[in-house]
Design a protein around this ligand. Structure first.
Ligand code: ADP
Length: 441
């Protein structure tokens, strides 16, 4: 028997005892009146408490709990404890929910929670960026109204286990989107920004395609000659004599390409910035001037202007290779009779500038931003004819970046170009520059 029955049974037993005593002393009428009167009082007592309870249940706040007497005291106390327990577990649940929300907000990926009819229930700030959502404004909106790509709508309809690639913000943002169903028809949308990964992947694909293309032509030429010679019953000395220099040219072309590729890969695999050793740039410029004379074979007027004794701190082999590419380009893209001028002078704010200016074919403005991309050529035919690989300026750009320098290009079609490598003062080796200046004075 639970707690309220004992007192009730006790009171009824007490009442029965008094009734029996009254019967024996005063007769049955008095006894029955006593029982009826007491029962009526008990009913009134319980009705009053029931009325209070029913009023309180309409707004069950623990602090507004009515006070009771008799067994109602225990009943109200039990209610009070039950409510306190409920409140405690409610606030625990709320705290856990807030924790989950905070974790969702901190996620580096986008997260959207959809209800059973694909309406937005919650989304984190990253998903607001990805899909252009607003957590408050778009609450309860159909997600298909906001992300309208047909593949997305299709993926929402089916069970997709593979991530979907979507383009957002006019194609500037590439997202990998995973739709995860849970519970009855509810879904999580997890989005990740994969723009950089996609760009690298495209670059890798283009690079492999370009290298294969560049190697295919010389290999076809060499293969063709070798096949013809192999098919001859009696060796044709004239054909062999004619084909050997052509094959050798193609082999050299492949060799240059492989060397440039290796240089690029070395530059990429070495950490940034470039190692720092004192580099005698005036000496390098003098060496390159002689190389330019040899490359030109007297077809151009080549000049050297050494206006600064400055050395720079950097990697000598890298700088020689970058400057050499600029010089070789100037000779290759300047028709006979033109001028090529190499110069090394002081730059602004204590820096120094290596420039190669030519009076060659020049470059139209729209090509300038893309010149340092691998295999980018303004005139493919001319580049090939003069032994270009399309990698020279990509190498220059890498070296320049590794030396905290800037590559500046000015050009006018038909009038010539000027390529300058601008070193900051932090790269100029002041001690050696002064010694050198004292010597030349
Ligand atoms: P390439 O081996 O084809 O010369 P580069 O990377 O060195 O490759 O140069 C990229 C392109 O930039 C060249 O194909 C050429 O069209 C253009 N270019 C580079 N230097 C010059 C220059 N001095 N004058 C005109 N065009 C140039």
């Amino acid at each position: 028997m639970s707690g309220i029955w004992w007192p009730l049974a006790f009171r009824l037993a007490l009442l029965a005892g008094f009734a029996v005593a009254a019967w024996m002393v005063d007769g049955i009428v008095v006894a029955l009146s006593l029982v009826a009167g007491t029962l009526l009082l008990m009913v009134l007592h319980h009705a009053r408490h029931l009325a209070r309870l029913s009023k309180w249940l309409a707004d069950p706040r623990p602090e507004a709990l009515p006070s009771g007497s008799g067994i109602w005291e225990d009943v109200f106390a039990a209610f009070y404890h039950m409510l306190r327990r409920q409140r405690r577990s409610e606030s625990k649940l709320t705290a856990t929910l807030h924790d989950f929300q905070r974790a969702g907000m901190a996620m580096p990926d986008g997260l959207v929670i959809l209800d059973g009819s694909n309406r937005i229930e919650w989304c984190n700030p990253k998903s607001e960026q990805h899909f252009g959502l607003d957590a408050k404004r778009d609450f309860g909106q159909l997600v298909t109204h906001l992300a309208r790509q047909p593949e997305f709508a299709e993926a929402l309809g089916g069970s997709y286990t593979e991530p979907l690639t979507l383009r957002a913000h006019g194609g500037d943002l590439v997202l990998s989107v995973l739709i995860v169903p849970y519970e009855e028809n509810r879904k999580l949308i997890i989005s990740r920004d994969v723009t950089d990964r996609e760009r690298v992947e495209t670059m890798r694909r283009d690079f492999v395609a370009n290298v294969s293309h560049e190697l295919r032509t010389p290999l076809t030429v060499i293969g063709g000659f070798l096949e013809t010679i192999a098919d001859m019953e009696t060796p044709n000395a004239e054909l062999i004599c004619r084909s050997v220099p052509l094959m050798s040219d193609q082999a050299k072309r492949m060799q240059t390409l492989v060397e440039d590729l290796l240089t690029l890969s070395r530059l990429e695999s070495e950490g940034n910035p470039a190692r720092e050793e004192p580099v005698n740039v005036p000496d390098i410029a003098r060496g390159l001037y002689h190389d330019a004379l040899a490359l030109s074979s007297a077809r151009h007027k080549v000049m050297l202007l050494l206006e600064s004794p400055a050395w720079v701190n950097g990697a000598e082999d890298e700088l020689r290779s970058a400057f050499g590419n600029l010089v070789s380009n100037a000779i290759r893209y300047t028709p006979a009779g033109g001028e090529v001028r190499l110069s090394w002078k002081a730059g602004a704010d204590g820096g120094a500038v290596f420039s190669v200016r030519d009076t060659g074919i020049g470059i139209e403005a729209q090509h300038l931003p893309r010149l340092t991309e691998r295999f980018y050529r303004v005139d493919r035919g001319r580049s090939r004819e003069t032994g270009g690989t399309g990698l020279g300026l990509a190498i220059v750009k890498h070296v320049v970046n590794r030396h905290d320098a800037k590559l500046e290009v000015t050009s006018e079609p038909g009038r010539g170009s000027c390529f300058s490598v601008v070193f900051p003062a932090s790269r100029v080796d002041e001690k050696r520059s002064t010694v050198q200046a004292a010597r030349s004075a």
